[in-house]
Design a protein around this ligand. Structure first.
Ligand SMILES: [Zn+2]
Length: 380
């Protein structure tokens, strides 16, 4: 399949009538929506289409709560196991922590399997069983905690931040304020479906079109990485201007940073500019997370919310230059911890799901549910 002709399939759960509005007999009298011009903001769809939009986006958003999210699992696995060489989304190799006990030197690698309900680390050798057991316990506990149904009365712990005795009182006040904001937000969960009705930039009729629209958050000259998790090489890096024109926008992942002209690998040292901070949470429900993102939007510039097609939301906030400083970064980490959000998402080369693409794991669309192009790097 050539990238030019690639089009993801429509979501499976579309009602028949809406599957193909242009060809449906009941709507044959009305012309199909005109192709959207690049750079042009989508008009609010007509009423009939709005119903369709609601249904399809609602489908994209509403999550099968039992779905295994391999990306989240991979991230947790790497936090516990260290760097993993992923052979697929759910299977990877890493150095066995008990390798020094191995009786034969044939291989020092252990394998992690994330596709099972109970994620599992296995090593070919028997002599390292204790280390492997320990890893399995930690991995399973972290993943089950992350996938557990959320506790509504959860009280976050105070994170360990900073240091100078004179600043402690002030910091405590700040931390208290963060915690109060967080608890107030998750006490009033929001249905994510409500957010796309209130999206400042109207969302396109076709979820496919989310991709190009979303990329307008960057500048045309920004060179970004787009592709599958293990994709490397020059062709994975493209300026936004090319991507928007060429429709070679396969995703399913994108980095919220730009890369140097010389970059051929998605790694931190190759990052040129931070563009966005993506706020995601393994532990909050989607409704709590939606409420948290809206609360944060009063302090930070919320550019987009993406439904991952699994059971989580990603809030894309404009990167704040202050976060580049050591103190700023430390404070940001502390705040993310308080909010039960993923601290790993601070890593600049971290990939996230591109909206407008089918999530091949869940067969649901990765979709925009909120967009504010006023926070685009193109906007003044
Ligand atoms: Zn071993």
């Amino acid at each position: 399949m050539s990238p030019r002709t690639y089009r993801p399939n429509p979501p499976r759960s579309l009602p028949n009538k809406a599957k193909s509005p242009a060809r449906s007999p009941s709507q044959s009298s009305s012309p199909p929506p005109p192709p959207r011009q690049l750079g042009e903001l989508p008009a609010q769809p007509p009423r009939k289409q709005l119903t369709y939009l609601k249904q399809t986006r609602a489908t994209a958003i509403s999550s099968s709560e039992q779905t295994i999210d391999p990306i989240r699992r991979q991230r947790i696995a790497e936090q516990i196991l260290g760097p993993v060489d992923w052979e697929s989304q759910t299977r990877g190799h890493f150095p066995c922590p008990g390798a020094s006990r191995h009786t034969s030197n044939s291989t020092t690698d252990a394998t992690v399997f994330l596709n099972f309900v109970v994620p599992t680390v296995k090593c070919y050798h028997k002599s390292c069983a204790r280390e492997v057991d320990k890893l399995n316990r930690r991995l399973r506990s972290r993943i089950s905690r992350a996938e557990a149904i959320n506790q509504p009365h959860y009280q976050p712990q105070t994170p360990r931040i900073v240091q100078q005795p004179v600043q402690v009182a002030e910091q405590n006040r700040t931390v208290d304020r963060w915690r109060q904001t967080f608890l107030a937000a998750i006490a009033s969960p929001i249905d994510p479906r409500q957010l796309y009705r209130e999206s400042p930039t109207a969302l396109p009729f076709r979820i496919d079109d989310d991709r190009c629209l979303f990329l307008q958050l960057f500048t045309p000259a920004d060179r970004i990485w787009i592709g599958d998790l293990t994709d490397t090489g020059e062709w994975s890096f493209k300026p936004i201007s090319d991507l928007i024109k060429s429709s070679k926008l396969r995703g399913p992942f994108i980095c919220p940073a730009t890369f140097k002209d010389s970059a051929t690998r998605r790694q931190q040292t190759e990052v040129l500019h931070r563009r966005f901070l993506v706020v995601e949470s393994d532990e909050l429900s989607t409704r709590q997370h939606a409420a948290l993102l809206m609360a944060l939007s009063k302090e930070w510039s919320l550019a987009a919310i993406v439904s991952t097609g699994g059971k989580s939301l990603h809030g894309w906030f404009r990167w704040v230059p202050d976060w580049e400083t050591k103190a700023g970064l430390l404070a940001l980490k502390a705040r993310l911890e308080i909010m039960k959000c993923d601290v790993a998402s601070i890593t600049s080369s971290q990939p996230f799901r591109l909206p407008g693409v089918l999530n091949q794991t869940t067969l649901r669309y990765q979709a925009l549910i909120y967009l504010d192009l006023a926070h685009s790097y193109n906007a003044i």
